[in-house]
Design a protein around this ligand. Structure first.
Ligand SMILES: [Zn+2]
Ligand SMILES: [Zn+2]
Length: 358
């Protein structure tokens, strides 16, 4: 699969805006810096964003992508490493829509959780909810709350300099899970199911499926199908049969990956309850590279790219363990790589290796 660092305009491409997982900053001075998780799927110049991790607006500028080409934003789940810069994207990126007829931009993501998750067994007492009057807002409510927090600024700029009305430019929408699958955030967060369509604008059709990222629920993976090809983005998940179903025969699967050995070393140094609870979360809610490889093989995808890497600075050798279980093309992209989905069949593995990406 052809990869490059130029801005994509034709066909279908993926731009890895940010490839780090987790709510953590690392030094951006480093040449191999990975920004917070965010991925652009570009179809015929139209931009569809999946997740808005730290630095997403800056990375769009770095990639030469225009905010006014945004046709949809898709949030896999409401962990902050996937949403933290949605706010800056709307409030700062929205200003670039001045004088443009583009928009509104739909923002699709999980609805209200509705129930708090159970408290960790590593602590004896029940923990009080933060904001107990509204403890589990969904995507539509989050978009509304984020914009409301900036009402002073939005009104100043609108009345003073005729800036766009951001609440009309960005529309949060909760993804409705089909009732018949029996989803419940605590009791049945990952039922076996078929993908269901959530978006179709004539350029791209987007399907969703529930994945296993307990206790976070709902957590989605997304599939983008266009006339040029198909791309699946796993979101955060442990090994998921639903993900395999969604990714069946896809040209490109971007799957998350975690180095559990390194995380054990990091968390193993201290014995506090919160560290133990965090390690347990990583084991039951994320995927080691060799398991990601096995899932890609089961789905029969042509190319597997690992992203949402935890920890982001682990050596490339760790991630290449996916090749033990997957014999197709394997990419470990840095930030700002363009993966040309359309020309996948034209490129040989040898050329990819020559570019230092596999
Ligand atoms: Zn994450
Ligand atoms: Zn997560």
């Amino acid at each position: 699969m052809h990869t490059d660092s130029a801005s994509p305009q034709q066909g279908m491409s993926v731009v890895t805006l940010g490839t780090a997982g987790g709510p953590i900053w690392t030094s951006s001075v480093s040449e191999n810096h990975r920004s917070g998780i965010a991925t652009a799927v570009v179809v015929g110049g139209n931009v569809y964003l999946v997740d808005c991790g730290s630095g997403v607006g800056q990375r769009m500028v770095d990639a030469g992508l225009r905010f006014t080409d945004l046709r949809g934003i898709f949030i896999t789940h409401l962990h902050s490493d996937h949403t933290i810069d949605l706010n800056s994207l709307m409030v700062m990126g929205g200003l670039t829509f001045r004088g443009s007829s583009a928009g509104p931009v739909p923002i699709l993501g999980p609805g209200q959780r509705g129930f708090l998750p159970p408290t960790s067994p590593h602590i004896a007492e029940e923990l009080e909810a933060v904001f107990p009057d509204q403890p589990t807002p969904g995507t539509a409510q989050m978009v509304d709350l984020l914009l409301r927090a900036h009402a002073t600024d939005l009104n100043d700029r609108r009345r003073d300099t005729l800036a766009p009305a951001m609440p009309e430019l960005f529309l949060g929408r909760d993804i409705t899970i089909p009732c018949h699958v029996g989803f419940h955030p605590n009791d049945n967060n990952h039922p076996d199911m078929e993908p269901f369509e959530i978006f179709d604008d004539g350029h791209v059709r987007v399907s969703a499926i529930l994945v296993q990222h307990r206790p976070v629920a709902p957590a989605f993976a997304f599939r983008f199908d266009s006339e040029y090809g198909s791309v699946v983005i796993s979101g955060d998940t442990a090994a998921s049969g639903n993900l395999v179903r969604l990714a069946k025969g896809a040209d490109l699967l971007l799957h998350e990956a975690i180095d559990l050995d390194e995380m054990q070393r990091i968390y193993g140094r201290a014995g506090q309850a919160d560290r133990k609870a965090s390690m347990e979360h990583h084991r039951k809610a994320h995927t080691p590279p060799e398991e990601a490889g096995a899932l890609a093989a089961a789905a029969g995808v042509r190319t597997l790219a690992l992203h949402h890497l935890v920890p982001a600075n682990a050596s490339k050798e760790v991630w290449l363990r996916a090749a033990e279980t997957f014999t197709g093309e394997l990419l470990i992209p840095q930030d700002l790589q363009v993966i040309d989905v359309r020309s996948a069949e034209e490129m040989s593995r040898a050329e990819l290796t020559g570019r230092g990406l596999s």
